[in-house]
Write a protein that binds this ligand. Sequence first.
Ligand SMILES: Nc1ncnc2c1ncn2[C@@H]1O[C@H](COP(=O)(O)OP(=O)(O)O)[C@@H](O)[C@H]1O
Ligand SMILES: [Mg+2]
Length: 348
Amino acid sequence: MPAGDLPIWKGRSTRAGEFMSTATLSEGSGQQARESQWAVETHGLTKRFGENVAVNGVELLIPRGCAFGYLGPNGAGKTTLIRVLLGLTHADAGTMSLLGYAVPRHRDAALARVGAIVDEPRFHGHLTGRQNLQLLAAARERAARDRIDPSLERVGILHRADDRVSKYSMGMRQRLGVAACLIGDPQLLILDEPMNGLDPAGMQDMREMILSLVAEGRTVVLSSHLLDEVERTCDAVAIVDRGNVIRQGPISELLAGASLVLEVDCSDPDRARALVAATAIGAADGAEATVEPTGLGVTLPAGTGLDVVAEVNRVLVDGGISVYRLQVVQASLESWFLQVTSRLGESP
Ligand SMILES: Nc1ncnc2c1ncn2[C@@H]1O[C@H](COP(=O)(O)OP(=O)(O)O)[C@@H](O)[C@H]1O
Ligand SMILES: [Mg+2]
């Protein structure tokens, strides 16, 4: 594609940390928005900083009504992708749409239905939580003012609404950030690392808040470097590494591509390992029998059926091994993530 054809565009000069809740509502941006099943759709989305490709040809299809995790290590390009989606920085190439509205063309219509927190939520510390929301609501449609108290209640800080934000904990600021999104009654929330700076109880609250927003039919897209959090909070995920989306889809489907691990507590782990290794099961591609502190460990390739688990048990018992406990360990997203990235490492 010649450079002249690239949809290069400039966003408003909104600084990071600001809430995207100031767009004015403009209707009539086409049938397409109502029909699109995707909350976020990108094709070939690319953002470079000099030689550094922070977002590299990203193809994303995020269905409506789910919690979607954009998961990757620090520096993977998560914040940059979000900033590009919100028009806080321009894309070098590619196309995108939010809630079916092509952006930047229908950006105002799209952002009127989007609430976002990029980086840490920033507020005026000398003003109260309610006053901060009043400022944001003043730039929106009338109904936003009426949503201030319900939003504060919704995120559980109505009782602190008249305290100065400088007295708020990090968790309360995060909640106020979500309340700031909610005054726009968004169909789509985009949260950049919403668990950052929260203690375990705060994370739990945030997770429940996200799930309840999804239960109302909203779509929540969150970025995170915390595999565990994404696994617990999200229905679907895209795994991103150095600007590239490596995999995406429902977590359950991704895990179906992960290998299975058997933990076997038995009388003679060394001999048990040798017995399993000598069978067709142990010799299969992707299979491995190892001696672990907990006993025998057997890794089985993706898609292995439970009949194979029974066969491992039979091999051991027939070989005179006493099996005390045999457990199939469901591969977590983390182990799957490590499998994917190590495979990539082997064949770049
Ligand atoms: N404004 C910027 N100028 C130059 N490089 C940047 C800028 N913002 C981000 N980067 C670089 O882009 C890459 C992705 O950064 P970022 O999107 O912040 O990652 P993440 O949010 O996943 O931690 C990093 O290599 C980072 O150094
Ligand atoms: Mg980031």
